[in-house]
Design a protein around this ligand. Structure first.
Ligand code: GLY
Length: 568
């Protein structure tokens, strides 16, 4: 079954079962707390939470889509049989329409009857301290004749949330065998039962709170590439009709490298078409990294001088019927890739020579090669420094780019600093608040987590009881006093030991490099009110902040409290 048929059959099947077909949204989401659209459910988030009404907008409680998606979290795996950075996600969704029985029965019928594949095994949620075991799904699978039902935990079969909060719940996954007899996960069916007020990391750490959703929801995701692999009986996604015309345009080099080039160019084509420009931050940084990595491989392997025009045409031709915007942006895409190639080509050769000459490669000089000549991290690692530590390299990058501490974790995995002016102000207010908490309750108060967006800041801190109204008023008054004093916010770079010696606040669980940035909030005479390890950015004077107000104070877990606050 060709991939266009798989798409048609998927949409047709769910339309027949009362789902409204909804077009793919852009790869660039409206949610500012995530870099890319990573799942079909993202455009439907407000329908799960009850903020939007599916009946009013779609004339149905159920929808179906094929969503352009981008996940860079598995970028190191690209080159094997099943991983890619861009993919199309087939998904059916329900916002209070149907529940487990129908969702599993639909998936079973689609896979076994419509596409005619055999299910190898399925997984269900085995339960945790807070969410019970999913016995119901297990029973439903058994009733359909699937005997191999495996129980897994939170890490594997619990979805969400995407971004800084959102719907979440247990999942059940479907595995099928590829041509080599290897079991591959192809479909993930999520039972959205809860709203989680923190990120996925916070959820896994047990410091996010979840509350039942008003209406239960279904959210499913099936990668088209993997489904095509199983349906077309190939051993890998690169031999399917989605990739093989692209692979054919790439000269014969090591298979893994060919696959990386095909994948990275394919993602780049889709990103450019959706409006991303290569740059040094946010989505532009990821685009630049993908393009430069692929282009370096091309250079090292002596690819033809004309460049990758054939490859780009092949990518667009595979997808143009489904995504017309690619065809209309064809010349723009080619021009942009060539422009980046020119910028990069001029320096990378020098960089590769430098790399060859270097005696020893550590995070510092790896970053130098990246910063000065644009040599990508992956290439340095691959050619000269197999054990180069990505975290240490990221530390260097973080320091340089002044990424905000709240978003910098997992730069390559998709999170990035938010440079919005409101977020920057709230970030500075966050430093003042932490200092005030320390002043009032003593230095045993430690930050346990934080999250800042344009609307509010959130701080989790170690403290074992509820704050009284009086204490909250006191905190507000003291932060506002410091705002009114017009204190200076000053960034200083110093050795880590020195920053530790002067008692700068460090964030729990974060690994820092040897040289760190510390933000001081101090008066003109140098009397310091706050000092924190931080990549910034910040305002330069606290008088820019406006009025500080606590919105909420609540428990997160035993011994951890949370304050949400804003600036008016
Ligand atoms: N939202 C379901 C998935 O991406 O697997």
């Amino acid at each position: 079954m060709q991939s266009y048929e798989l798409r048609q059959k998927f949409l047709g099947f769910f339309e027949k079962h009362g789902h409204k077909i909804v077009p793919s949204s852009s790869l660039l989401p409206t949610d500012p707390s995530v870099l890319f659209t990573t799942a079909g459910m993202q455009q439907f988030k407000p329908y799960y939470t009850g903020e939007a009404d599916a009946m009013a907008d779609f004339g149905s409680l159920n929808t179906v889509s094929i969503q352009k998606s981008m996940r860079t979290s598995d970028i190191d795996e690209v080159g094997d049989d099943t991983h890619d950075t861009f993919f199309e996600m087939l998904g059916n969704f329900s916002f209070g329409g149907y529940w487990k029985k129908e969702a599993i029965e639909y998936a079973h019928e689609f896979i076994t009857k419509i596409v005619g594949l055999e299910i190898s095994y399925v997984t269900v949620f085995k339960g945790s301290d807070v969410v019970p075991k999913d016995k119901e799904s297990k029973e439903i699978w058994k009733s359909l004749g699937i005997s191999d039902v495996r129980e897994e935990g939170m890490e594997d079969v619990f979805w969400g949330p995407t971004g800084s909060n959102g719907p979440c719940g247990p999942t059940t996954e479907i595995y099928c065998k590829n041509a080599n007899g290897k079991d591959v996960e192809i479909w993930n069916i999520v039972f959205n039962e809860f709203f989680c007020d923190g990120s996925r990391e916070q959820l896994l750490e047990g410091i996010a709170k979840f509350t039942p959703l008003g209406k239960k929801g279904i959210d499913t995701g099936m990668g088209l590439e993997r489904l095509a692999m199983i349906a077309q009986k190939t051993s890998n996604i690169f031999d399917t009709d989605l990739f093989s015309p692209i692979m054919r345009t790439i000269p014969d080099v090591e298979l893994r490298i060919k696959r990386i080039i095909a994948d990275h160019f394919r993602s780049s084509v889709f990103l450019i078409s959706d409006g991303v420009l290569p740059s040094n931050k946010d989505q532009g940084y990821i685009l630049r990294r993908l393009l430069r990595r692929a282009m370096t491989y091309a250079k090292i392997n002596g690819f033809p001088k004309e460049g990758p025009a054939d490859l780009i045409h092949a990518i667009i031709d595979v997808y143009k019927a489904q995504y017309r915007e690619l065809d209309s942006n064809r010349m723009k895409i080619i021009d942009m890739v060539y422009e980046e190639r020119e910028k990069f080509g001029a320096t990378v050769e020098k960089g590769l020579k430098e790399l060859e000459k270097m005696q020893k490669i550590d995070a510092k000089n790896a970053f130098f090669l990246y910063q000065t000549f644009g040599v990508p991290f992956d290439i340095i690692k691959e050619l000269r420094a197999k054990d180069l530590n990505q975290g240490a390299f990221e530390d260097e990058l973080k320091k340089h780019q002044e990424l905000s501490r709240t978003a910098s974790a997992g730069m390559f995995k998709g999170g990035l600093a938010d440079h919005d002016p409101k977020t920057i102000k709230l970030h500075t207010a966050h430093h003042l608040l932490l200092a005030v908490l320390g002043e009032l309750f003593g230095k045993t108060v430690k930050q346990k987590g934080s999250n800042i967006n344009q609307e509010r800041l959130r701080i989790d801190f170690s403290f074992d009881r509820k704050l009284t109204d009086e204490e909250k008023k006191k905190i507000e008054a003291r932060v506002n006093e410091k705002i009114q004093e017009g204190l200076l916010v000053v960034k200083r770079e110093m050795p880590k030991e020195e920053a530790e010696k002067i008692g700068a606040e460090m964030e729990f669980g974060v690994k820092y490099g040897n040289t760190v940035l510390v933000y001081f909030i101090e008066d003109k005479k140098g009397n310091v009110f706050s000092k924190e390890f931080c990549g910034g950015p910040h305002v330069s004077n606290t008088s820019e902040l406006g009025k500080f107000k606590i919105m909420k104070e609540e428990a997160v877990s035993a011994g951890v409290r949370r304050i949400k606050a804003t600036l008016e």
